[in-house]
Design a protein around this ligand. Structure first.
Ligand code: AMP
Length: 189
C-alpha cells in the first residue's frame, strides 16, 4: 500500500503531478479541492457549505473537510493506495488522517512537498485562471490570501510528517516532466 500526501502551496503543481503518479502507481487520487468543486457544480449541501470559504480563499472548516475525506477513503476499500492532494491542510486534518488510516492499517507512506517560489506560484495561478474557470485563481487578492493561509496554517503540517521521518522536499521549479521524475525518485527511496 502506497499512501502519498502530495503537499505544497497553491499553484505548486499538485493536481498536474497527481495525474502522472496515478498512472504510474495505480493510486486513487483524492483532491479535496476537486471534490468541493464538483459538489458546488452539482448543487449539494456540502458544495453550498464550502463555496463561500473557497471564493474568499479561506479554508473550509476542519470538521466538514475531515468528514468528507474520511467518507471518500471509505468509499474505496480495494484501493492499492491513495494520493492525497490538498489534504491535510491543517495539523488537525493530519491527525485525523493518521487516525482513520490507522484503523485501516495503512499509514501514510510519505509526504512529498513541492517547493516553488512565491513569484512563480502567482504566475502559474494567473495562467491557470485562463483555462480553469476557477474564480479563486483569477483574483490576485484571493491568490495572496490563499498563499498567506498556506504559510500560516498549512506549512506547519510538514513538521507533523517530519517527526515521523516521512517528509521529503522536492524541487517544484522547472518543467512538468523533470518534476515528475524527481517525485518518482522520491517515492522509490
Ligand atoms: P485546491 O483545489 O486544493 O486549490 O483548493 C481550493 C479551495 O478548496 C481552497 O482554497 C479551500 O477553500 C478549499 N479546500 C481544499 N482542500 C481543503 C482542505 N484540505 N481544507 C480546507 N479547505 C480546503
Amino acid at each position: 500500500m502506497l499512501n502519498i500526501v502530495l503537499f505544497g502551496p497553491p499553484g505548486a503543481g499538485k493536481g498536474t503531478q497527481s495525474t502522472f503518479l496515478v498512472e504510474s502507481y495505480g493510486l486513487v487520487h483524492l483532491s479535496t479541492g476537486d471534490i468541493f468543486r464538483s459538489n458546488i457544480k452539482s448543487g449539494t449541501e456540502l458544495g453550498r457549505l464550502a463555496q463561500s470559504f473557497m471564493d474568499e480563499g479561506k479554508l473550509v472548516p476542519d470538521d466538514i473537510t475531515i468528514r468528507m475525506l474520511e467518507s471518500e477513503v471509505n468509499a474505496h476499500p480495494d484501493a492499492k493506495g491513495f494520493i492525497f492532494d490538498g489534504f491535510p491542510r491543517t495539523t488537525a486534518q493530519a491527525e485525523a488522517l493518521d487516525g482513520f488510516l490507522m484503523e485501516r492499517n495503512t499509514p501514510v507512506t510519505s509526504m512529498l512537498a513541492l517547493d516553488v517560489d512565491e513569484a512563480e506560484l502567482k504566475i502559474r495561478l494567473l495562467k491557470r485562471a485562463e483555462t480553469s474557470g476557477r474564480p479563486d485563481d483569477a483574483n490576485p487578492e484571493v491568490i495572496q490570501k490563499r498563499i498567506d493561509i498556506y504559510n500560516a496554517d498549512t506549512a506547519p503540517v510538514a513538521s507533523h510528517y517530519a517527526v515521523q521521518g516521512k517528509f521529503i522536499a522536492v524541487d517544484g521549479m522547472g518543467n512538468v516532466e523533470e518534476i515528475t521524475e524527481r517525485l518518482q525518485a522520491a517515492i522509490s527511496i
